[in-house]
Design a protein around this ligand. Structure first.
Ligand code: SF4
Ligand code: SF4
Length: 190
């Protein structure tokens, strides 16, 4: 397998502060209503606790990205050297094929500028040896960048509970599932 950079989302560490999403939004001056990264609170059937738990989600830089295959003008490309799926908004003709095809909803509709947009892993930062804005913005290190080739697969999952399973896309994002909070017993409640 060639190199694949990926996001590692550690739900055990995430405090749901939205700093990652805000760092992303600020970095790229995203229009109101357009969010390349967002938080997904885990639903109660997945995480049945009074505490909340979250996944921080954006483009998954898939191994078989449908956005690349459906784009008629090659505005989406997958980089050979690190597997990042880059979107070039300048090439985009706003046909919405990627927006309508990505099962993860990662390709966003910028109605104001009439173009598709998505996370490109802060590729210009990566090329300078820097980390993506979301990773830098996370105060708890719940979000990190990993190389899938070298990642310890022991405690990380590709399809944890609450994350949709789209095997044809083969998303690169990896997860650590949320911790179970300590139960409050009736004795301690009293
Ligand atoms: S998550 Fe969607 S937009 Fe991102 S690489 Fe995969 S198919 Fe493309
Ligand atoms: S910045 Fe970190 S802790 Fe805050 S919501 Fe994002 S992933 Fe969670």
């Amino acid at each position: 397998m060639s190199k694949q950079l990926a996001f590692l989302v550690d739900s055990k560490k995430c405090i749901g502060c939205y700093s990652c999403a805000m760092a992303c939004k600020n970095q790229y001056h995203q229009e109101p209503g357009v969010k390349w990264r967002d938080l997904k609170p885990l639903p109660e059937d997945v995480y049945p606790h009074r505490d909340r738990a979250f996944y921080s989600l954006s483009c998954n830089h898939c191994a078989s990205p449908v956005c690349v295959s459906v784009c008629p003008v090659n505005a989406h490309t997958k980089r050979e050297k690190d597997g990042i799926v880059v979107h070039d908004a300048e090439k985009c003709i706003y046909c919405k094929a990627c927006i309508n095809s990505c099962s993860y909803g990662a390709a966003k509709d910028n109605k104001t500028q009439e173009r598709a947009e998505k996370c490109s892993f802060c590729v210009e930062k990566i090329d300078e040896g820097l980390l993506p804005a979301c990773v830098l913005g996370c105060p708890t290190k719940a979000l990190s960048m990993i190389d899938l080739d070298k990642a310890d697969s022991g405690n990380i999952e590709q399809y944890p509970k609450g994350f949709e399973k789209h095997t044809k896309l083969n998303p690169s994002t990896r997860f650590v599932f949320a911790k179970t909070p300590k139960l409050v017993t009736s004795d301690t409640d009293a």
